[in-house]
Design a protein around this ligand. Structure first.
Ligand code: ADP
Ligand code: ADP
Length: 229
């Protein structure tokens, strides 16, 4: 059961940089798939081709059976959670309002969106009481947890995560990794996770896509297969 399919999908930026060569990859529904490889090998570009933050310049990307070019980019982006290294929270809105933003855009009434936001805080291991704070009043690790809660707020079947834990200290990172695994066991989303850290890839992934410099896929295997090789 395939959630995301890349078929000869490539990206050459307007300045002529080919970030991703023809990528062929099938991501199983409900899996946590990791894109790993050295800096500049096209991981972020590949991830962003899934929600049309980056438009492929060749080939096709299919999400849940639909060619993504047939779905308006804003609709596609809202239908997937996106978490990045900087939590990307809006500084002048409270934590609860940050989490409730996308549901509000999708027409969920304010009160309901806020209640759900408080629930999500506890889902990611935070005290619901933190909801009335502003992002600057939280630690880096707490902000990343809020980022995950915000990405989950619209109940997206697909969650895209771009080096979400690399800006926090190692101890907090381990907590966040453990919680992501736990969350995934409960929620069974299709998660695509970018990292340059092979240990993190092996720890988290059901499947690991190893990218090589020049935006080519070098390997696509389970962690067990990678460790055996
Ligand atoms: P990674 O996530 O593996 O670090 P990226 O996908 O961010 O790799 O980048 C792949 C390559 O594409 C790099 O050489 C990078 O400099 C280049 N690149 C990324 N974004 C752009 C852009 N908007 N314009 C031109 N080149 C870009
Ligand atoms: P990320 O943290 O997701 O890897 P970066 O900090 O590398 O993002 O890049 C931030 C922005 O700059 C992105 O929109 C990316 O597409 C763009 N960018 C990255 N590399 C280049 C490049 N070589 N030339 C132009 N734009 C780039």
């Amino acid at each position: 059961d395939i959630a995301i399919r890349f078929e000869g999908a490539g990206k050459t930026y307007p300045d002529g940089t080919t970030a991703v060569e023809a990528l062929d990859l099938e991501i199983p529904r409900g899996s946590l798939t990791v894109f790993v490889g050295p800096s500049g090998c096209g991981k972020t570009t590949s991830l962003r081709m899934i929600n049309r933050m980056v438009e492929p310049t060749s080939g096709t990307v299919t999400v849940e059976g639909r060619d993504i070019t047939s779905v308006p980019a804003h609709e596609l982006r809202r239908s997937m959670g996106y978490v990045m290294q900087q939590s990307g929270l809006m500084p002048h809105r409270t934590v609860v309002d940050n989490i409730a933003t996308v549901p509000r855009l999708n027409g969920v009434p304010r009160k309901q969106a806020r209640e759900r936001a408080r629930e999500l805080l506890t889902t990611v291991g935070l005290d619901a009481g933190l909801g009335s704070r502003y992002p600057s009043q939280l630690s880096g690790g707490q902000q990343q947890r809020v980022g995950v809660a915000r990405a989950l707020a619209a109940d997206p079947p697909i969650l895209l995560m771009d080096e979400p834990f690399s800006a926090v200290d190692p101890v907090v990172r381990q907590d966040l990794q453990r919680e992501l695994l736990d969350l995934q066991r409960r929620l069974h989303r299709t998660v695509v996770f970018v990292t340059h850290d092979i240990d993190e890839a092996v720890l988290l992934g059901n499947k690991v896509a190893v990218f090589a410099t020049g935006g080519r896929l070098a390997q696509y295997a389970t962690p067990e297969e990678l460790l055996r090789a």
